[in-house]
Design a protein around this ligand. Structure first.
Ligand SMILES: Nc1nc2c(ncn2[C@@H]2O[C@H](COP(=O)(O)OP(=O)(O)OP(=O)(O)O)[C@@H](O)[C@H]2O)c(=O)[nH]1
Ligand SMILES: [Mg+2]
Length: 506
């Protein structure tokens, strides 16, 4: 199947935001002008876009890593960094996007777009960070990293009519008789391994037919690639059973074949099940086609079983895909069924651009405080898109930047929440994931405010403490542990006896 790829793993990353710039205007005779560091540019997004020109996911199979351009850093003299270019990835109509096995986007509409990986925002320069209190900040914010994701793209054909049936029933023969599609036809099973789409023009109504590979008993459980194939009829409004009236297999006949396929349709559990408007396969309108009546035995079989087939309650047609007998009537019936289905749609499916709300819009300062284990130590863990973003924007080599982060955290209520959760001075606190977050000793006595600001790039609150390395921090932590051992012992006893509630078990 070298020329058709319908599932592919894709690794995408948005561009990183450019860093903000910390710079001070130089003017003659004025050693300290105002801050004039510009903002960094935003990283570009990676965007999926439904395109008519694309029919397979082959390109992504060949090069599965796609990333957008980074933003450039801001510069002095209030020069903003340049935004990174977006990367637009064309995908066929009917592409379903999954992450960790869950459907996150269903690109079924023409020209639909979906932001799959957002670029990081550029960091603010010191000009933008200046405030009444903080007149000339000696730091700037770092650009945020772009979003990284690993997703699976899956193609589910979009067609009005799906032809289903056993291998060699004549599905490919029928689609080539009714449309200009020219799939391979042969007298061995599983000739068709990938779906074929054909377009039919019937008296002003244009509709598409999908010829899907043959189904066998157990298909819904994955036998004979059945799951792969059933996936392609999930979007089809009308299902046509193509029954072989002239099979050589003695244990088969049209009625029993129909029952087998019906059973598989009813069993099939679609991952689109929760998508709005999805109708289970077992509830779609059906049309029954008895094929190969040009063969005398076939015609006889068709006549014999017609009544029993009609009892299922769906229209029955006797045809020959080879001599084209009965195809006119079938064509009209299909056109009517398609028209009826389209009339039931809430709105006509005119091509339109559907912008989906991008995933992971990293906004808001909601956060949670729980306890966790960091390198064997019990630590308080703060998680939240906003707070984690602030951390990623912080240049930890610059005390003033760290002070700014402390102010932001306090303002967002992180300090209060830590107190509430039972954190004590000196307790390790991790912001972000336990493995990769930033760990520090909690010092709630830190006052907030720019009144403490000293020379640029420093913060009076950091004096003496400096930015401890993990090792120093650990050593200091153990010192404090000793000093507070007695008091802690008592608190732990209380906790163990259930006087406190563990915030992680809430
Ligand atoms: N006599 C006769 N033979 C037919 C008719 N339709 C299909 N055939 C033959 O049946 C065989 C299978 O036809 P295909 O169209 O490849 O069947 P299919 O359902 O697409 O089979 P798979 O792709 O394997 O699932 C071929 O040898 C066809 O020539 C028909 O109406 N009359
Ligand atoms: Mg075929």
């Amino acid at each position: 199947m070298a020329s058709f790829v319908d599932t592919v793993k894709l690794f995408v990353s948005g561009g990183d935001g450019g860093n903000g710039c910390a710079s001070v205007r130089r003017e003659k005779y004025k050693p300290l002008g105002g801050p004039d560091g510009g903002n960094g540019g935003n990283g570009g997004d990676v965007i999926l876009e439904v395109s008519e020109q694309v029919t397979t996911l082959l390109d992504y199979h060949r090069s599965p890593h796609r990333s957008a351009e980074n933003g450039t850093p801001g510069q002095g003299d209030n020069q903003e960094g340049k935004n990174g270019e977006h990367v637009v990835l064309p995908v066929p109509q009917g592409t379903v996007v999954k992450e960790n096995g869950e459907v996150i986007a269903d690109l079924a509409a023409p020209q639909q777009r979906y932001v799959i990986a957002q670029g990081g925002r550029g960091g603010l320069g010191n000009a933008a960070l200046a405030s009444r209190k903080r007149k000339a900040p000696g730091f700037a914010l770092l650009g945020e990293p772009g979003q990284e994701r690993t997703v699976t793209l899956e193609l589910k054909s979009v067609a009005d009519v799906a032809l289903v049936g056993f291998p060699s029933a004549g599905k490919s023969s029928l689609i080539s008789a009714m449309s200009s599609a020219r799939p391979k036809i042969a007298d061995y099973p599983f000739t068709t391994l990938v779906p074929n789409l054909g377009v039919v023009d019937a008296d002003g109504l244009r509709y598409t037919i999908a010829d899907v590979p043959g189904l066998i008993p157990g298909a819904a459980q994955g036998r004979g690639l059945g799951l792969e194939f059933l996936r392609h009829i999930e979007r089809c409004a009308v299902i046509v059973h193509v029954l072989d009236a002239a099979t050589f297999e003695t244990e088969r006949d049209p009625v029993s074949d129909l029952k087998v396929i019906e059973h598989e349709l009813a069993q099939y559990r679609s991952d689109l099940g929760d998508v709005e408007g999805y109708v289970p396969l077992g509830q779609r309108p059906r049309i029954i086609v008895i094929n190969k009546i040009d063969i005398p035995d076939g015609r006889e079989m068709a006549q014999m079983q017609r009544a029993e087939l009609e009892a299922f309650g769906w229209p029955v047609f006797e045809i020959s895909a080879v001599t084209h007998e009965g195809l006119r009537e079938l064509g009209f019936a299909l056109a009517n069924a398609v028209a009826e289905q389209r009339a039931q749609l809430p709105e006509p499916q005119v091509p339109e651009v559907v912008e989906v709300e991008p995933v992971g819009r990293r906004r808001g300062s909601d956060f949670t405080v729980t306890t966790t284990d960091v390198e064997g130590e019990r630590a308080y863990q703060v998680r939240g898109t906003g707070v984690e973003r602030w951390v990623s924007q912080t240049d930890f080599g610059n005390d003033e930047a760290v002070g700014f982060l402390a102010d932001r955290l306090k303002q967002a209520g992180v300090e209060d929440a830590l107190v509430e959760a039972g954190a004590l001075p000196g307790d390790p606190v991790v912001i972000g994931p336990a493995e990769s977050g930033v760990v520090f000793d909690w010092e709630p006595t830190l006052q907030t405010g720019a009144e403490l600001l000293g020379p640029r790039g420093s913060d009076a609150r950091m004096e003496g403490s400096g930015r401890a390395t993990r090792k120093e921090r650990k050593a200091r932590y153990h010192e404090k542990m000793d000093a507070k051992a007695a008091a802690r012992e008592e608190l732990w006893t209380e906790r163990e006896s259930g006087v406190w509630t563990d915030p992680s078990s809430r």
